[in-house]
Write a protein that binds this ligand. Structure first.
Ligand SMILES: Nc1nc2c(c(=O)[nH]1)N[C@H]1C(S)=C(S)[C@@H](COP(=O)(O)O)O[C@H]1N2
Ligand SMILES: [Mo]
Length: 420
């Protein structure tokens, strides 16, 4: 370091030395390699780069090419009615980049020219209406950040630890800022008749997916969204129009939204609601389990993001969310739930949105059982998987919000495990 550093202010030398010393302490052995990169002139420092006309729509750095949605081929028989997963372990903050939002389609991605898209409101209304996209954009708008979680998220984990990575165990989850019109505004335009109590939302894709939604919810905080993270919705997310049903299971957030029918009861025969039930040990099923329960997961470190820097300062990062509102507190355990420390929630705390938490500590290189436990604004505490099974058995697929455990071995390699 002293040989190659250019003569300069003593303070700068001291800073460089201090910086390297700190670096060496963090990651023994990497200081020497790091020194060359900083002392020798690199290509990017020597030649000009591409101009402003080269990337009219920017994409991530070539060095981030591994940050992608992934599917699990054995999970479904084809990729058209299937699902892929958000790479949660590669993300920061609370907003999911549009291109990384997991996709769940029952009949693939519909490609719809917004000129040809219509939204119809019919059924128990004073005047049935058909809106063009231009019509919808003339109503007052709002911008809201919400998470969307598929009810089947963590569904493969009911009978024990199965998939090795939070992308697969928890990645049917995204959180974006939506721009659109309150559903209430459109329903008022049509005039819901007093006997109207339910709403059937229908998609324009080949699956013609429909879901019944209680009218109370529709009038509360639902939106008809055309914007996502500052631009138009992506085709994967329902371009040009999707229903936003804050805090409720993802299945209800109808994409490529083309029709809303008002009725006096749910449309159980015709639609998916009947399938989205939770089978209990008694043989009975839980129905209308719409709201997503309080849940959290440590995204880093995790099986796809092992500890590679050795012992010393370690940043534990994770996500917490609840369909009931905000997250009041997140606890982290490094010993499988025997002792808990309060994590630090950082960034915005918005209702029905992801919350980012951190817990920093000095790892001594010993084996860890990492867990996180969220508590929401209603005071509801995320349950252990054992508690969840005691209440619901293990025949369920949906609504698994149990506490996740990651086992960290002495080499920093991480595995999805369960402990009792
Ligand atoms: N029209 C339509 N809407 C749909 C679906 C679909 O297949 N077709 N899938 C649903 C399911 S099961 C989920 S979990 C969410 C997924 O939303 P995303 O693809 O934006 O992640 O959309 C819901 N809305
Ligand atoms: Mo879903």
């Amino acid at each position: 370091m002293t040989n190659s550093a250019r003569p300069g202010a003593a303070s700068r030398r001291a800073f460089l030395k201090g910086g390297l010393a700190a670096g060496a302490a963090l990651a023994a052995g990497s200081a020497a390699a790091g020194e060359q990169v900083i002392t020798e002139v690199q290509d990017w420092n020597r030649y000009s780069g591409e101009g402003v006309d080269a990337r009219p729509y920017g994409t991530p750095s070539q060095f981030e090419a591994h940050v992608v949605r992934k599917n699990v081929p054995w999970l479904t028989s084809d990729v058209v009615s299937s699902i892929n997963f958000t790479p949660l372990h590669e993300l920061e903050g609370i907003i999911t980049p549009s291109g990384l939002c997991f996709e769940r389609h029952h009949a693939g991605i519909a490609e719809i020219d917004p000129k040809d898209h219509r939204l119809m409101i019919n059924g128990m209304v004073e005047k049935p209406l058909v809106f063009t996209m231009a019509d919808i954009k003339r109503f007052p708008r709002e911008n809201k950040v919400y998470f969307l979680e598929c009810a089947a998220n963590s569904g493969m984990e009911w009978r024990g630890a199965q998939l090795n990575g939070c992308q697969f165990t928890h990645g049917m989850l995204h959180c974006v800022m939506y721009t659109g019109v309150r559903l209430k505004t459109l329903l008022e335009e049509a005039g819901v008749r007093p006997e109207g109590k339910w709403l059937l939302a229908e998609g324009a894709d080949a699956s013609s997916m429909t879901r019944s939604i209680p009218l109370d919810k529709a009038l509360d905080d639902c939106m008809v969204a055309f914007g996502m993270n500052g631009e138009a919705l992506r085709p994967e997310q329902g371009y040009p129009l999707r229903l936003v049903v804050p805090g409720f299971e993802g299945n209800m957030w109808i994409k490529w939204l083309r029709r809303l029918e008002i009725g006096d009861q749910p449309w159980q025969q015709r639609e998916e609601t009947s399938k989205y039930t939770d089978l209990l040990p008694s043989g009975k099923a839980r129905r209308f389990t719409f709201a997503m329960d309080v849940k959290s997961v440590i995204t880093n470190p995790s099986p796809q993001a092992p500890i590679t820097h050795g012992r010393g300062p370690l940043v534990v990062a994770g996500l917490a969310w609840s369909g009931n509102g905000t997250i009041k507190r997140v606890d982290v355990s490094i010993d499988g739930g025997r002792n808990w420390q309060t994590a630090r929630i950082d960034g915005p705390s918005l209702p029905k949105a992801l919350h980012r938490f951190y817990y920093e500590f000095d790892w001594d290189g010993s084996e860890l059982f990492l867990q996180s436990r969220a508590i929401d604004s209603d005071g509801i505490v995320q349950p252990t998987k054992d508690d969840l099974r005691a209440a619901r058995g293990s025949n369920s697929i949906y609504h698994n919000n149990g506490i996740q455990t990651w086992h960290v071995n002495k080499d920093g390699v991480i595995e999805n495990v369960e402990i009792s």
